[in-house]
Design a protein around this ligand. Structure first.
Ligand SMILES: *Cc1c(COP(=O)(O)O)cnc(C)c1O
Length: 357
């Protein structure tokens, strides 16, 4: 079976060598040496002031909303993984969906201001597929209307915009290090900010609101373990090589797929792309279903990332139309892309797709 992604696993001995340091000390969680080392390396690599390693990329969205005191309306994108909307709902806030622009599939910033009401407190949007949102315009809007900005950077590890890590924008950026993501720690994530006071709040919220015997605030358990940090430390040195290999596969798809019949999102200018996904947009949902079926008959799994459009989730109270996102969701597939997808398999996948058009 060829899956849409395949988790990069380091040589087993490299993982256990790192893990052994925690093992020998019998210190396997609660801000251990490996967690601290991973946080330090990530902070240096991403050039950010504060970064906390967490148990996943969902709890950090919840912590972010909580730490910024967001309780009312949150402007968000309908084109993301369901965790983005769920976090807003889970925190008792109301998602206000603003449609996407059709080229990079991120939120259409020209439509944000019309959605702002006196109850709007934040903008929580996704750099979908690792394509940057228009962070400059979003900042202008946020300053003008006194809104907080949270970026769901779950797809953005390794991507850069205007020379800076894409994870360094907004009041807070979150990331997921789930096994299906480009950089992974099996399960895991992080929360990033530049403000010292906010960072202290995030730290407390991650670990039950206390440091040692001193209790400062409420909190939740968003910590992660030495086992997970060890995986991160083993995978991190390989990331640039993993990205290069994914780039080669992506560029081969670029030459093989029939772009008279297929559309591809356009990578915004001044972006260093991370090759985290290879999304393709077909002309109809019928073709998508046909392609999925043909791939599956060959033991190949593509995924409908992202479908449904989140404004159409069945448990939402009211329907807020987002026609571009709805149309894109019906027609999009991400196709297999991982570090060791062979040239033969890449060619086979492209041929099967082209046959269905
Ligand atoms: C994967 C993902 C998440 C959730 O991350 P987990 O680590 O699985 O909790 C959140 N947002 C987006 C956009 C994602 O793709």
């Amino acid at each position: 079976m060829i899956n849409v992604t395949k988790t990069y696993l380091p040589p087993f001995g490299e993982y256990t060598d790192i893990l052994k340091r925690a093992w020998d000390k019998s210190w396997i969680t609660n801000n251990g040496e490996l967690v601290q080392e991973l946080e330090k390396k990530l902070k240096e690599q991403l050039c950010v002031n504060h970064l906390l390693f967490t148990s996943n990329g969902t709890v950090v969205l919840q912590i972010a909303l909580k730490a910024l005191n967001i309780t009312k309306e949150v402007i968000t994108t309908p084109f993301s993984y369901v965790a983005t909307t769920n976090a807003i709902l889970w925190e008792g806030c109301q998602p206000v969906f603003v449609d996407i622009e059709p080229t990079a599939c991120c939120i259409d910033v020209s439509k944000i201001e019309a959605a702002i009401t006196e109850r709007t407190e934040a903008i929580l949007v996704t750099h979908v597929y690792g394509f940057p949102c228009d962070v400059d315009k979003i900042e202008v809007i946020a300053v003008k209307h006194k809104l907080k900005v949270i970026y769901d950077g779950a797809h953005a590890f390794g991507a850069k915009y205007k020379g800076k890590s894409l994870l360094s924008f907004g009041d807070i950026t979150t990331c997921s290090f789930h096994a299906t993501k480009l950089f992974h720690t099996v399960e895991g994530g992080c929360i990033i900010c530049n403000d010292d006071e906010l960072a202290r709040k995030l730290l407390l919220y991650r670990q039950f609101g206390h440091i040692g015997e001193d209790y400062y605030s409420m909190g939740i358990n968003g910590k992660n373990s030495e086992f997970h940090a060890a995986m991160g430390l083993a995978v991190l040195p390989k990331i640039s090589d993993i990205i290069l290999k994914r780039k080669a596969v992506s560029e081969l798809y670029d030459t093989l797929l029939n772009f008279n019949e297929i559309n591809k999102p356009v990578i915004p200018a001044e972006t260093v792309f991370n090759y985290g996904y290879y999304p393709v947009i077909f002309k109809s949902e019928q073709i998508v279903l046909r392609v999925l079926d043909a791939l599956l008959q060959n033991n190949i799994a593509a995924r409908r990332y992202f479908y449904p459009s989140l404004n159409q989730l069945p448990f939402l109270k009211e329907y807020q139309p987002c026609l571009i996102s709805e149309a894109t969701s019906k027609c999009v597939l991400t196709i297999p892309l991982f570090y060791d997808l062979s040239e033969t398999d890449t060619r086979r996948i492209a041929a099967i797709i082209n046959q269905q058009l």
